[in-house]
Design a protein around this ligand. Sequence first.
Ligand code: PSV
Ligand code: MN
Length: 386
Amino acid sequence: MIDPAAVKAALKRQRIETPSWAYGNSGTRFKVFAQQGVPRTPHEKLEDAARVHAHTGIAPTVALHIPWDKVDDYAELAAHAKALGLTLGAINSNVFQDDDYMLGSVTNPDPAVRRKALGHLLECVDIMDATGSRDLKLWFSDGTNYPGQDDIRARQDRLAEALAAVYGRLGGNQHILLEYKLFEPAFYTMDVPDWGTAYAHCLKLGPKAKVVVDTGHHAPGTNIEFIVAILLREDKLGGFDFNSRFYADDDLMVGAADPFQLFRIMYEVVRAGGLDSEIVFMLDQCHNIEPKIPAIIRSVLNIQAATAKALLVDSGALSKAQQAGDVLGANAVLMDAYDTDVRPLLAELREEMNLRQDPLASYRESGWAGKIVNERVGGRQAGWDA
Ligand code: PSV
Ligand code: MN
């Protein structure tokens, strides 16, 4: 039997990190549709993030992206976050938006380009020192487009060298989170295309290096929860970049395309005790056509609902059925949890957290959307190039 009080207690402890870039303008390579009221500065992005936290109660940290969130004084930015009831989360490096990186960053055949890329990664660790961030999230767009273009193995050696240098610079409580991506922008080889490559590098580096699973970065049909289970078993799951995809790296709202997959992932997390661990549960999304703040609230709620269902799995009944070889029985235990309408439980939870039962309605009625449209006039709206 599942104790609803225990489920609610676990849900109260859950934390989801929102990405600063999701509050800014974004689009596809065809068009970026600017929206009114979009933040002009990292400070304004944090103000929007504070609204997400205020209405959900479980999103108190914000990931930054350098240079998109470059400021002169990071300690002051951290203080601004604190005044808003937030803390600054993972620092995302960016070695993919400079002309020098056309043939790669840390894996580029040119040592001068490699030095420049490494310099940026080390600068990100300096920023972590100032913000108090624990995690450095590394994603490399590096790869090749044509067979023979570069030496696959030499690129791995260059990558390992850069990662070792960054790892050596980490402070005692700082971590590397290494993200993989199957394809794009490189189309023949990515230098970190899959969890196995990321895992191999992290294993060599040591305990402070772990793998990030961005749910959009797999081939269609990949069993992501299996990857999650293996990484958890090896204590090498550093975090998630949650989003939904129908085709490739669509960066849509998590849980929108496949809520069942999200449940299966969260079940593996719950099963391994991962809710109460150092794993960071981040969103990595772009709200190109929908209003951004409510979309981020929706995403946080989708993860919360999937987690609630995962917590409702009757593990005793499940393992009994599994050990008896009762295939249908075991499947039914899992499906029972997934099919549970968790809305009443979540409504109760929110009441206990002094939140409104419907966070989206409470955001709508707060008037914030109108306020930022009226007040954020002029200046340059934030986006992927700012
Ligand atoms: C790359 O596609 C990625 O998933 C990485 O996490 C980046 O930091 C993020 O998107 C924003 O571009
Ligand atoms: Mn990502």
